[in-house]
Ligand binder design. Structure first.
Ligand code: ZN
Ligand code: ZN
Ligand code: FE
Length: 763
């Protein structure tokens, strides 16, 4: 429908950091030619870690460039990593090959890279000495961050140190013309690691290739398999087999949270989901993340894989061992992290048997140690841009470029979805996703990541940056380091993270919406509009607060958020509204107890959290009263909006307060009339989008940064982007670091760099 085409977009600039064998192989002339063909302006140059490219032109042409680049490489070039960031046009005219960037070469610790086509070719060739060898790698692929123990990155400093190369491997390693010249993890069946298949007691059932073949047979028989992957164990089960998926769910005590899938190849991905050219590039990239894709109706997998979810998280095999398993068992498998809820994944055999002994039937293990837990990354494509939702394998610990020279800083991030970062020169090195710091093991992974990032690079921070929440484990750790501490307000860090992620600096209007963050006024923040300037921030607007009976307990019980909202609206009589699902869900005794708490204001912190408002609305709409995983109610409310319509609920702006009451009145009227949840949800989402536009219009700030965990909601994010653009604003959202607390550390660095330069403290 031509009249539904989106309005013409201005020119866009795409920055591409390309790593791999891209120097001295005719790469820059190739980029020049491809840019010319697509009528793109910009430049290319070699830099310390590969090649940097900026191209500028129509939105369509820059995306075509991104998709075609890895597919049309000159001979001998190999791309192992490629990180795109979309930026405002810079007004380039013509395309130039720029001289190489000067400056000292930083010895980057590289992320783990998916098996390359040449290695896979050797593994498939019965005449090759690496035929079906599951640790095949070369300088273009293989493990890096998960095997390095110290720098320089040489074999004795990796977990491969105990494997002595055979003569044939050594000859390749020493030959400058060989693809394995100085490939530190290189190995072959004669000298390298080997796999074994264990039962639950650790008895060896099979070794080497027989172990892989038997493991594949076990999948076909409906068994749950623990597979030692790149950065830790994964749990595998046949995704088509209801009994296998149910067994995995019951044993892992993971009732509803969606499972990620691994599929043998792109064709299998296309059979399950709609896959755009951008998404295809991501799936097949060296980073090989989990990509969130729209599932096709009737996709041939068991319904329990992702109950009621219109999206599926798919990845392709990236470790040679996974390729071999899916060669022998060419079907979609559940491939979920081998951990207990929010802990880091198990990395060694003993821990795996301890943690997963009741879950897996069989263990496919090997003797190449994993230096640190690194989970699978998760990425979604939003409005033609990649948005990283979990930054881990394939990305960590690569830097995000900074606009200017930074002080030497360590940022410790938040508490849930923890990740740390160090600033060094013009780069911010962001760690892998570390998990929920209230678990002992995540805390150990947290201190290890700090040691890895600062220790491996041999640099001592001059200051440490933390959240202003006094009780986060990360905050306490920061305060115990004996360094100057800069505390940064949670949502301020979110907004600066989003700006830095887009290569920008204040001023801007930040819309920071999440579950909760420390508010300087004694309330729990989470529905914030912050005007950020070089000096700090001003709270331009926020959601009207409501009480959360039981505080933290409300996170797992959306019905409590609903009760708090209703109480703020109507007082004690709301506790008798049994026609409402969240009220009816409470038995008389707990309801009375919560009523008393609310009446006395005990353990009922006031919050302006949009995350909790989502919970309350999901509960009122009858979708979800208690949750089994974080963000579940909001996710279900988002999915419920499919096919829904109706006028946006009003969220009037009264001074600095966005009032939810008019929304609630109409919502309750809709529920009384039996309006379907789809319409309620659509009206609620559109109402929030209108509130964003209204605040943006009042502040007059052109740039609007959408950040915080709520913007993992793609319906909310996409509608906000489109509305803001239609009204002449410039919406910004996350690309290389997550909108959730996994991106906080980057914003903390940006804030602290300003404070150290003399801006007022910001929290
Ligand atoms: Zn390779
Ligand atoms: Zn060898
Ligand atoms: Fe947050």
């Amino acid at each position: 429908m031509p009249n539904e085409a989106p309005p013409a977009r201005p020119r866009e600039r795409l920055r591409l950091a390309v790593r791999g064998a891209v120097q001295g192989v005719g790469f820059r002339p190739f980029v020049h030619r491809l840019a010319g063909e697509l009528e793109l302006d910009g430049w290319v140059r070699n830099d310390a870690s590969g090649v940097m490219i900026e191209v500028e032109g129509s939105a369509e042409a820059v995306r075509t460039f991104l998709v075609r680049l890895p597919l049309e490489l000159p001979p001998h070039a190999a791309v192992t990593g490629l990180e795109p960031t979309f930026l405002d046009a810079a007004g380039f005219s013509g395309f130039e090959i720029r001289p190489s960037a000067g400056g000292a070469k930083t010895a980057l610790i590289l992320p783990d890279i998916a098996a390359c086509a040449e290695c896979l070719g050797e593994m498939r060739d019965p005449k090759n000495r690496r035929h079906r060898y599951p640790f095949t790698n070369c300088t273009h692929c293989g493990p890096r961050y998960t095997i390095v123990e110290s720098l320089p990155y040489d074999r004795p400093n990796t977990t491969m140190k105990s494997f002595r190369m055979c003569a044939a491997c050594q000859a390749e390693y020493d030959d400058p013309r060989d693809r394995r010249f100085h490939a530190q993890p290189t190995a072959c069946p004669d000298c390298g690691p080997q796999v074994r298949l264990w039962d639950r007691s650790g008895n060896v059932l099979a070794q080497r290739d027989a172990a892989i073949r038997r493991a594949a047979r076990a999948l076909a028989e409906g068994r749950v398999l623990a597979v030692k992957g790149v950065g830790g164990f994964q749990l595998w089960a046949d995704a088509r087999d209801p009994a296998a998926v149910r067994a995995l769910r019951e044993r892992k005590r993971r009732r509803e949270k969606p499972f990620a899938l691994m599929v043998p190849d792109l064709a299998a991905a296309r059979a399950l989901c709609e896959v755009s050219a951008m998404e295809e590039r991501l799936l097949a990239s060296g980073e090989a993340p989990i990509v969130l894709l729209r599932r096709r109706p009737g996709a041939a997998i068991d319904a329990r894989v992702a109950p009621g979810n219109p999206w599926l998280g798919l990845m392709l095999p990236h470790a040679p061992l996974q390729h071999l398993l899916l060669q022998d068992f060419p079907f979609p498998v559940v491939a979920t992290s081998g951990n207990l809820s929010e802990e880091p994944i198990a990395t060694d055999e003993l821990r795996a048997r301890e943690d997963l002994g009741e879950i897996a039937d069989l263990f496919l293990v090997h003797d190449r140690p994993i230096a640190r837990p690194v989970d699978d990354s998760i990425v979604a494509v939003v409005e033609g841009r990649e948005m990283v939702l979990r930054r881990a394998r394939g990305y960590a610990p690569l830097p995000v470029p900074a606009r200017e020279e930074l002080p030497r800083l360590l940022a410790v991030g938040g508490h849930l979805k923890s990740a740390v970062a160090v600033a060094h020169g013009r780069q911010v090195f962001v760690s892998q996703h570390l998990g929920d710091l209230s678990t002992e093991r995540a805390y150990a992974a947290f201190t290890d990541a700090i040691a890895s990032l600062s220790g491996l690079y041999g640099f001592a921070p001059e200051a440490v940056v933390c959240d202003s929440h006094p009780d986060y484990a990360s905050t306490r750790h920061a305060r115990g380091l004996g360094l100057p501490v800069v505390a940064v307000q949670h949502h301020h860090a979110h907004v600066l993270s989003c700006l830095a992620d887009n290569g920008l600096e204040p001023p801007a209007l930040g819309v920071a919406w999440d579950g909760s963050g420390w508010g300087p006024d004694g309330t729990v923040w989470g529905g914030e509009f912050l005007r950020v300037s070089p000096e700090g921030f001003v709270r331009a607007a926020h959601l009207r607060t409501f009480p959360l009976p039981g505080g933290e307990a409300a996170v797992r019980e959306p019905r409590r958020a609903a009760l708090g909202l209703l109480y703020a609206f109507a007082g004690a009589r709301a506790l008798e509204w049994d026609h409402l699902a969240p009220v009816a869900d409470f038995a008389p005794a707990p309801r009375a107890a919560l009523g008393a708490m609310l009446a006395r204001g005990l353990s009922s912190p006031a919050t302006s959290s949009v995350g909790r408002l989502f919970d309350a609305v999901a509960a009122l709409a009858g979708l979800r009263q208690t949750t089994t995983f974080e963000g579940q109610a909001a996710m279900e409310l988002e999915h419920a909006a499919e096919g829904g319509s109706g006028e946006a609920y009003p969220f009037p702006l009264d001074g600095e307060v966005i009032d939810w009451e008019p929304m609630l009145r109409l919502l309750l009227a809709d529920l009384r009339r039996g309006v379907p949840a789809a319409d309620v949800s659509a009206r609620f989402h559109d109402g929030l989008v209108s509130a964003i536009v209204a605040v943006a219009a009042r502040t007059g700030e052109r740039r609007v940064a959408l950040t915080g965990g709520c913007f993992q909601n793609r319906l909310l994010l996409t509608r906000a982007i489109r509305r803001l653009r239609a009204e002449g604003f410039e919406p910004l959202w996350h690309q290389r670091v997550p909108p959730n607390d996994g991106g906080l550390a980057l914003g903390q660095i940006a804030a602290a760099a300003r404070v150290l330069k003399g801006a007022a403290p910001c929290a």
